[in-house]
Design a protein around this ligand. Sequence first.
Ligand code: ADP
Ligand code: MG
Length: 727
Amino acid sequence: MSIVRFNALQQVFNREKVEITDVEKRSLLFGKNVFNKFAMQQYLTETAYNSVMDAIEKGTRIDRKIADQVAVSMKDWAMSKGATHYTHWFQPLTGATAEKHDAFFESINGGLALEKFDGKQLVQQEPDASSFPSGGIRNTFEARGYTAWDPTSPAFVYETTLCIPTIFVSYTGEALDNKTPLLRALQAVDYHATEVCKYFDKNANKVNATLGWEQEYFLIDEALFNSRPDLVLTGRTLLGKSSAKGQQLEDHYFGSIPRRSMKFMRDLEQECLLLGIPLKTRHNEVAPNQFEVAPIFEEANLAVDHNSLLMDVMDKVAKRHHFKVLFHEKPFNGVNGSGKHNNWSLMNESGTNLLSPGKTPMKNLQFLTFFINTIKAVKDYEELLRASVATVGNDHRLGANEAPPPIISVFIGKQLSEVLEELENVTKGKLSPEEKTDLKLNIIGKIPEILLDNTDRNRTSPFAFTGNKFEFRAVGSSANCAVPMTVLNTIVAKQLKEFKIEVDKLIKDKNLKKDEAIFNVLREYIKESKKIRFEGDGYSDSWIKEAKKRGLSHNVSTNDALEVLKSKSVIELFEEMNVFNAVELNARYEVYMTDFIKRLQIEGRVLGDIAKNHIIPIAILYQNTLLENTKNLKEIFSDDYKSMAKEQLELIKVISSHINQISQLTIAMIEERKLANNLSLEKKAAHYNAKVKPYFNQIRRHCDKLETMIDDNLWPLTKYREIFFTK
Ligand code: ADP
Ligand code: MG
C-alpha cells in the first residue's frame, strides 16, 4: 500500500482513547469567560457600567475617561481568567476572523515592568493589516485600517487572550470587514421596524433582528485528511471513487454519535459554553461523518460573532482530538454537502417575536405586517439574496438535489397561504363594520391555532417560514453569516420603510383608519409578491421551468450571481439604507469575484498535480506489472498466453487510454487557465467558470475509473471508504 495511505490508516488504528470528563455542570460553565453584564457589574463602577449599557442599548459614545476605567477593569477581569494578552478580534473580508495579540505587559523606566491596558488600546487600534483583501479600498501604500471596539458584542477570554470584538474600517471610514455593514443593516432594520411597530404600540422603541444558525460540518481523522493533498489545499476532494456504501442506508442520520466524535463534541460544547455560545443541539447529519451543531438563537450581531468564534474553536478543539473539521460545502462527491441554515426573525424590546402570531387580532395584524413585508422584500430583492450566499463551494451544493436550487422562493405552508388568499379579497378603501368583524374573527383571529398545527415543512425551499421565523437555507456551511444577514436585514428595512410611507399616505390622503390602511397596503403586497411564493418541490426540474416563466433569477454560478451587486437598484438600496456606499459595495464585488477565481485556480493546479504526479505514475507502474505478467505468460505458455492474459491485455489498453486522456485534458485545462489569466476580472471569472472548471469533472472521471482498476495496494490516495469508515 502507498506509504502515505498506510501511515494514515495506521495512525487512526492507534489513536489513543482519551476520556473527556465534564469538569462542571454545564449551567455553571455558561459565559464564565465572557465579560458579560454579570462580570461588568462586579468589575465596573456604576457610572462605567451605565455608560457601557447605554452604548449597547442606545448606541451612545463612551467617553475617553470612562473607556480608561472600563479598560482597567476589563484587564483585571481578564487576568483573573488567566489572560496575558489582548487582541482586537475582527472579521476581514476573507470571511474568517483575524487577531493580532499584544501583551498587557509593558516595561517602564528602571527595568521595571507593569501590566497595562488603557482606554485608547481598548477603543481603537491600527493593526498592520495591509494584506487583508480590501477590494481596492485601501491602497497598500497607506495601509491604514483601524479596528474599533464594538461594545454590543462582549469581550471574552479564549485560552490566554482577552478578545475584544471590533469593527475594521479604513482611514477614511470605509468598512473593510463584514461586521461594520452588518451593524449598519441591523441599525436600519431596528429603525424602520420600530417605526412600523409604533402602529401597534405607541411606546415601541427598539427592534432586534435575531439569528439562530445551524452549522453542518464533516469531522474526519486528521491523518486521513493530511494524506489527501486535495483536502489539505482546497478543502474538498477533487477525485475519489464513491464508496460502495455511502449514505444510501440512511443509517447515519440521527443515529447514535460515534464515541470519538462524541468526545470531540462534548469538549467543544464545554469550550463554547465558557465563551457564552449557547449550543443546544447536536446530531448526526445525512452523510457519514457529517454532523450539525446549533445554538439557541441570539441577537443577530452576537449570533454572527458566535458562529465565527465557533468555527475557530472547532478547529482548535478538533486538533486536540486528532480530527479535522471540514467546513467546505461539498467535500465529497456522492454524499450530501453541508449548509448553514440561518433562522431569522425580529424581536421587540420586551422580547415579543414579531413573526410569531399573538393572542389578539391586533397582535396578529402586527404578525401579518412583518410576515408579508418580509415576503415582499424577498420578492423585490431575490437576486441579491441569492448573491449573498454565492461562493465557489456553495455552487456545488445549491441545486444538486441536496439543497435548494439557486432560485429564491418563499414557502409559507398551506394554512398561511389560505390566510393570504382571503386577505387578498379585502375590499379596497374603507371597510364596512361587518367586514371588519369578519376579518378580525375569521381571518386574523384564527391564525394562532392554525399555526400550532402547521407541521408541513418543505425541506426543498430556500426560504421557508417555520412557524415563528424564516429559515434561509441556501447559506453555505463555510459562510460568514454576516453577509447574508446584512442583505436580509437591509432589504427588510427598506421594505418596512416603504410600507410606512404607503400606510401613512392612505391615512392622510384617503382618510382611512390605521388598520384599514394597513390591510389595504398588505393586500396589494400579497398580490405583488405572488411570484416568489412556491409551495412545491424545489428540487424538481419543473420548478426551474416555472420559475423562469415567473421571471425569477436563476444564477447557477457565483460569478453570474454576483453581477447584481453592480446594478443601479442595489447600489441605491444600500446607499439609502446606509449600509454600503458605492465604493464599499464595489469592493465586495471585487473581493468575492477574486476569491472565486483564485479558488478555481488553486483547484485546477492541485488537480493537475495529483493527476500527473500521483495518478499517472501509479497507473504506469501497475500497467508495467501487467505487461511483465503478460510477457511471462507468453514465455511459458507460448501461444496459449492470449486467452490466459485476456483480462491483462484488455486492462493494459484501457489504462493507456485513461492515461492519455488525463494527460490531454490536463494540458487543455492549463491552456484555458493561461487564456483566463490575461482577461479582466469579470471575463476571467466567466472563463474560469465556463472553460476551466468543466475539465475538473472530466479529469476526475478518468482518475476515478483508474481507481477501480488498479491494485488497491498501489493506489496513492486515501479512498472514500477509508475516510468514511476507518474508526
Ligand atoms: P431544524 O433543524 O428542523 O431546522 P432546529 O430546531 O434544529 O430546526 O433549529 C431551529 C433553529 O431556529 C435553532 O437554531 C433556533 O435557535 C432557531 N430559532 C428559533 N427561534 C428563533 C427566532 N425567533 N429567531 C431566530 N432563530 C430562531
Ligand atoms: Mg434547519
